[in-house]
Design a protein. Sequence first.
Length: 462
Amino acid sequence: MTPHGARAGEDAEDLDVEEVLALVKNSNGNHLPGPAARGETDRARTSHQPDPSARPEARHRATPWPEARALAERAGRNATRAARRAPVSAPLDTALGLTLAAPLEALTDLPSFDTSAMDGWAVCGPAPWHVRDEGVLAGHAAPAPLTDGEAVRIATGARIPPDTSAVLRSEHGRTDDTGRLHATRDVVPGQDIRPRGQECRTGDQLLAVGTLVTPAVLGLAAAAGYDTLTAVPRARAEVLVLGDELLTQGRPHDGLIRDALGPMLPPWLRALGAEVTAVRRIRDDADALHEAITTSDADVILTTGGTAAGPVDHVHPTLRRIGAELLVDGVRVRPGHPMLLARTTETQHLVGLPGNPLAAVSGLLTLAEPLLRILTARPAPEPYTMPLRDAVQGHPHDTRLVPVVLRGDEAVPLHYNGPAMLRGIAAADALAVVPPGGAGPGLETELLDLPWASGGIGVCFT
């Protein structure tokens, strides 16, 4: 997970977020082809504004699923380049899930003095040993040196007295009737002593630029003497939940349904590295949606529902009204086909999620995850596959994303995987990327980990 090849000793002031992103990309081998290599520009490929003179079946040309993800990454890269955001100094208690924008270098030797690795006795010379009356505890000043034939009680983590030969574990020593200490096993010089600098020396690079800050990274930083970390700032995300039919409490009734996305999206976005600045509920009103989008200062706006062409689907008309550029207008994936990605300003994007809950999850992982990953300079996850235990029916032309649980060396497809269902994804470990036409039992299939199942940053749900 830790990228290699970063510039050791790089001053934090010399790196902006775009340069951190470049280091992460180079270390991952996650190179996106440029427009020349692909043979066309972003706009030519992805700005699918409807042509009224076109045939109905040609008005909407959805983007293939892998290409949509690549375009979301490119959008993030362009926004990062335009924004030129500077790294931030984050206290350790707020740095979880950020990306290092400066190398983590040891501020001290670790350990910073010779310490005992076990409870027992520090001994000098061969047995038997005379035991001092006072022991040595962790956190106390340096003890007096030992002389040949002398021992002292010592606690784990305590400073080793000068001239100590070894530490004898408590379970490997016994005292005779005269109080002399004997070893019940051979004593090897240096045993159970952690010498100064065993883990690192002052100035050693512990972690490279581009490393994701996990709980273990926080622990290492604290041990190395850090109070703050220089990191890429979180991308700011705002969620606009659209719809007159949504309830925020109680049971569904009288044609009204509970809003499932308002509670689900913010913690999921935080797990993807975003700072959720607001969750706003917008009625089916075009002017209200226009005001919400044009007054938002978020890096990424996420809308739920309203991306189709119904009488109260105001997302497309609003984007046209503000002159936004559609980068992705529909994706060849099920569920989630009517998702979209638009550039609203040079540094702001809007991800339009379908209103059905599982379709919204599909949009989140297809467009929002790659976009946010680039904006926060997170390392790309290593792609991996597993064989399916059971056959999965496919769509004739589109990719399918199907919730699965991982059992041994197989991925088991889950039921309740319709666009409006969350029962399957709530029990899932990952989403299987099923190619057009479906997949038979045993077929090696790409998996997308879910944040709480991937072991890295699920603890971001706070």
